[in-house]
Design a protein around this ligand. Structure first.
Ligand SMILES: C[S@@+](CC[C@H](N)C(=O)[O-])C[C@H]1O[C@@H](n2cnc3c(N)ncnc32)[C@H](O)[C@@H]1O
Length: 418
């Protein structure tokens, strides 16, 4: 990956690549839906958020495919997505959001602060009604500012979101990941450069050994990959599983969900976009965003890559999307049939919708809406019943609640196909 460089006045900016575009669209959709879900929840939802963009870059790219030949970077996309989510929630109490942008190059921070933000109409004086937005720009290394970020987010309470988008794999330590996952309401979206890590494992350059053992705390992980053919799908599956294990065990993340960036003509993953969270709703909302940008078929690819984006030529990409659209809901329902079917079968006395989701959400590509659709269908077929507060629900199409118990129908024997 070439170095991304911005000049302070915006006269020199890098060109965007297709993977970064997909990543930006995921971030945007996710943040918008997250704000809408958490802020719009109940009588008064979450009204305080802290967004940390730990590797912000200069905020703008060249893009030959778009009309005005420009593409906005992650910082502006985060702010705009919060504004959109706020509007979409249609609530009438104030929201308070702080954004911290960090980059180790002064030119990048200057470009973002003095060129991109004013040009995009974003400054603290021009804020939508009821939105209190506060921006902080820090020139420095993320690792040196992690304590300040965690302290600030904790002081402010509310929900915090860390976007960690480095170009290497030694710029974010596992210790910092833990500092974030230790917080009560936090989540991380992390660009994890798996391809570089594997190259290190294969070559074992001594200069990077400290990075692997002390920074990433990955000693004992990825062992099998050392002498294997990295293009084989079983090795790619192994790498994904090891990455999940690493962030669950060492990063103390409850849920780890991945989106793979697969370069054109390749089967190897360049990087994973990892979502680390402890909240089922956050996982579900992220799944929806990954789903939108996924260009890989589910039946075969999900196990190997999770969701993912493979770069292809523009026309090929559009054709692929068209072809893919038709079957992707169907594929999800079939995979759900396997996972949820098994869970329901092994809990004859029933299981709450929450527990069934928690046990299976990371295993398949199905979204929350697929879960609801699938459960409703089983109920319509009288294979299961839904119990709420001790009573079987009789209404025709009930909304599903987390605490509802789903169990085999007492009237008919459940034989689930899987
Ligand atoms: C991949 S770019 C970020 C792109 C940006 N997130 C976006 O999506 O538009 C990585 C940025 O991190 C900066 N950087 C590199 N090492 C860093 C470090 N240790 N701490 C903070 N920033 C760093 C680089 O100068 C570069 O601007």
């Amino acid at each position: 990956m070439s170095k991304l460089l911005w000049s302070a006045d915006g006269s020199h900016i890098p060109t965007i690549d297709p993977h970064t575009k997909a990543k930006h669209l995921i971030i945007e959709k996710y943040v918008e839906d997250l704000i809408c879900t958490l802020y719009g929840k109940g009588r008064r939802g979450v009204d305080t958020f802290t967004f940390i963009d730990g590797f912000s870059g200069g905020g703008i790219y060249k893009d030959d495919e778009s009309e005005n030949k420009e593409w906005l970077g992650s910082p502006v996309r985060l702010i705009k997505a919060v504004q959109e989510g706020f509007k979409k929630a249609k609530r009438e109490y104030p929201i308070n959001v702080k954004f911290i942008f960090i980059d180790d190059k002064q030119d990048h921070i200057d470009c973002l602060k003095n060129y991109v933000m004013p040009k995009s109409g974003l400054d603290e004086l021009s804020q939508p009604k009821d939105c209190e937005f506060n921006y902080e720009f820090i020139c420095g290394e993320f690792e040196k500012n992690i304590n300040y970020c965690v302290f600030t987010a904790e002081q402010r309470k509310g929900h915090s979101f860390f976007l960690l988008d480095p170009q290497g794999w030694t710029d974010v330590s596992m210790q910092s990941i833990r500092k974030i996952t230790d917080m009560k309401k936090s989540e991380i979206l992390y660009t994890f450069m798996i391809d570089y890590i594997i190259r290190f494992i294969a070559g074992r350059e001594d200069s990077l050994k400290r990075g692997f053992e002390d920074v990433l705390e990955a000693d004992g992980y990825y062992q099998e990959a050392r002498n294997s053919k990295l293009t084989s799908s079983s090795v790619q599956l192994y790498l994904r599983q090891e990455s999940m294990r690493l962030f669950r065990e060492k990063g103390k993340a409850k849920y780890v969900f991945s989106f793979a960036a697969v370069p054109k003509g390749d089967t190897r993953v360049l990087y994973y976009l990892l979502h680390l969270s402890k909240n089922l709703t956050a996982l579900e909302v992220m799944k929806d965003s990954f789903w939108e940008e996924n260009t890989l078929g589910y039946e075969y690819f999900f196990n190997v890559y999770g969701f993912g984006f493979r770069t292809v030529d523009y026309y090929e990409r559009n054709q692929m999307r068209l072809k893919f659209e038709k079957s992707k809901d169907q594929e999800c329902i079939e995979l759900l049939d396997r996972d949820l079917g098994r869970i329901l079968e092994s809990h004859p006395d029933g299981i709450t919708f929450r527990e069934a989701s928690e046990k299976t959400m990371e295993l398949n590509p199905a979204r929350k809406s697929h879960y609801e659709q699938y459960i409703r269908q089983l109920r319509e077929d009288q294979l299961i019943e839904i119990v709420r507060e001790g009573k079987v629900i009789n209404s025709k199409s009930p909304d599903l609640r987390r605490k509802d118990i789903i169990r085999k129908s007492r009237a008919r024997q459940l034989i689930l196909p899987f």
